[in-house]
Write a protein that binds this ligand. Structure first.
Ligand code: GLA
Length: 391
């Protein structure tokens, strides 16, 4: 066992094993997991070759698996009413017409083949407790756990970073969302008690220990993320336009001061998009330093600035989320930070705060969020966790 099992929900595992056994007639041979993630700071910086600072969380996608001696892959999805999928590794893997979840599995396996890996089939059951559509990377955790499963079963010669890159390729080319590399990298390479400062150009990753005095709280606004793929892809195009006009490979290649000096060259909206990306990437490096030195005042300030930048320059927040960030920022003062996390247009916020302030924060949300917005929050208390592996 390469990973600890302590933070894996035993009831989820029992259900997974029972569905596997009912479906395939015998208990599974092995188990793999890959976590979701929360990004502490550095949003929409990954596909601009910038820096991000996420950690893997103790919510995972789990796979129970037995290898097969033929070229068939059979899959059952516990969280989709035990829907099944079956395909052959001998034919070109096509998209499933109706089951979106199947396409993550098919895409990852197809891209492993495209990388030249040769392997046989498997019987798989999948379940998970990463909230879906909430900006906590349930899709990336599915991509990574499937890659990790085939790597483990067939001893494929792949690094963890390659498992992540393969998942991103599947999402970009097979599923059709132009995501960056952050989510898959932290799901594959995360580490217990640590955040990951990731350089999305070189993929160099530095583990940064999470201060023990700070709780990691995720607040799900439960605002359903509308238009997320199209808005995401539009932001990406605007960033690429900014880089092109400025003659850069990516927005990574300009400092905030240089960008400000070149403001006149860019259309107004494109400038604001670039301003967010360049400033958030710089804030990420500063936030990593603040984490290292346990400088909570600086961390709080950077998280507040990051949120304002996402709200005003990148325009990816929504009013219920801005409301929560406002009341929690007032409550926390300089003792903790809060900001929206993930792709935007709904989903979750991340807050770092002293353990002693958690109950007060929850109380504030219970009293004010639903009354003000009509939505009901869900709160997850998380710990930074290990990345993908067998358990
Ligand atoms: C989504 C994408 C990531 C990243 C974030 C925004 O989670 O999958 O690659 O771009 O949005 O930071």
């Amino acid at each position: 066992m390469s990973n600890e099992t302590s933070n894996i929900s035993q009831s989820m595992l029992t259900e997974l094993n029972s569905v596997f056994t009912q479906t395939f007639g015998a208990a599974p041979a092995r188990h793999f997991q890959a976590p979701g993630r929360v990004n502490l700071i550095g949003e929409h910086t990954d596909y601009n070759d910038g820096f991000v600072l996420p950690c893997a969380i103790d919510y995972q996608t789990l796979v129970a698996v037995t290898p097969r001696n033929d070229m068939t892959v059979k899959v059952v999805a516990v969280d989709y009413s035990n829907q099944q999928d079956e395909f052959s590794l001998d034919c070109e893997i096509e998209a499933h017409a109706t089951q979106l979840w199947s396409n993550y599995v098919r895409g990852v396996i197809k891209h492993l083949q495209l990388r030249g890996h040769v392997f046989k089939g498997a019987n798989l059951a999948i379940t998970g407790n990463v909230p879906q559509g909430a900006g906590l990377s349930s899709s990336a955790s599915l991509e990574v756990v499937i890659g990790e499963t085939f790597r483990g079963l067939y001893k494929l010669s792949l690094t963890k970073a390659e498992v992540a890159l393969n998942g991103q390729e599947a999402e970009n080319q097979f599923v059709g969302c132009q995501c960056g590399i952050m989510d898959q990298m932290v799901s594959a390479c995360g580490s217990k008690f640590n955040a990951l400062l990731l350089d999305c150009r070189s993929l160099d990753a530095e583990l940064i220990s999470m201060p023990e005095n700070l709780a990691v709280i995720i607040i799900n606004s439960n605002v359903k993320r509308g238009l997320v793929d199209s808005e995401y892809n539009t932001r990406r195009l605007q960033c690429e336009a900014a880089a092109r006009i400025l003659g850069l490979t990516a927005l990574r290649d300009i400092s905030l001061t240089e960008l400000q000096n070149n403001k006149d060259k860019l259309p107004e909206v494109v400038y604001r998009r670039a301003h967010h990306v360049v400033s958030d990437s710089e804030r990420t490096v500063l936030a990593a330093q603040a984490l290292r030195t346990n400088d909570v005042v600086q961390l709080s300030k950077l998280m507040a600035e990051s949120h304002i930048s996402m709200r005003d320059d990148f325009e990816i927040t929504v009013p219920p989320i801005d409301f929560v960030v406002k009341i929690l920022t007032e409550y926390l003062g300089d003792k903790g930070g809060v900001r929206m996390t993930g792709g935007g247009f709904g989903g979750c916020m991340v807050a770092l705060m002293p353990h002693s302030m958690v109950d007060g924060a929850k109380q504030l949300l219970v009293e004010r969020y639903q009354v003000e917005t009509g939505y009901k929050e869900t709160i997850y208390i998380c710990s930074a966790s290990d990345g993908a592996g067998e358990f």
